[in-house]
Write a new protein. Structure first.
Length: 121
């Protein structure tokens, strides 16, 4: 719910009024603490690596030809959408990212689906 100041109560960080947690805590931490050897940056990198690994695991379950590549592509797309949401104070970039993700997933799994169809017919 948007309050009288335009902040989204109970969603996001309240800066945008559109209910998006702009930047995400790990991207924000990395930006706020530029020292590459700081423990917070190591934590942020660890989280992002785990996030990418989980996407790759899901891609593998979907039968992607190259699950690691798809995981990396989706993670990059996600981070880019978050950044653009923040810059434009809008959720529209996230909607565009979703349509791109659908295409990436479709492209990565089409050959797998085609070979499964060929072996069952």
């Amino acid at each position: 719910m948007i309050n009288s100041k335009g902040a989204c109560g109970g969603c996001g960080d309240g800066r945008s009024g559109v209910g998006v947690d702009f930047g995400g805590p790990f991207i924000n931490a990395a930006v706020e603490i530029p020292a590459p050897d700081h423990p917070v940056r190591a934590l942020a990198a660890s989280y992002k690596n785990e996030f990418t690994r989980r996407l790759a695991a899901l891609a593998q379950q979907m039968g992607a030809r190259d699950p690691e590549q798809l995981g990396e592509e989706l993670a990059l797309l996600y981070d880019g959408a978050i950044a653009r949401n923040m810059i434009f104070n809008s959720t529209e970039p996230a909607a565009h990212a979703r349509s791109i993700a659908v295409r990436l997933i479709d492209e990565a799994t089409t050959a797998t689906r085609a070979s499964l169809t060929a072996t069952t017919t």
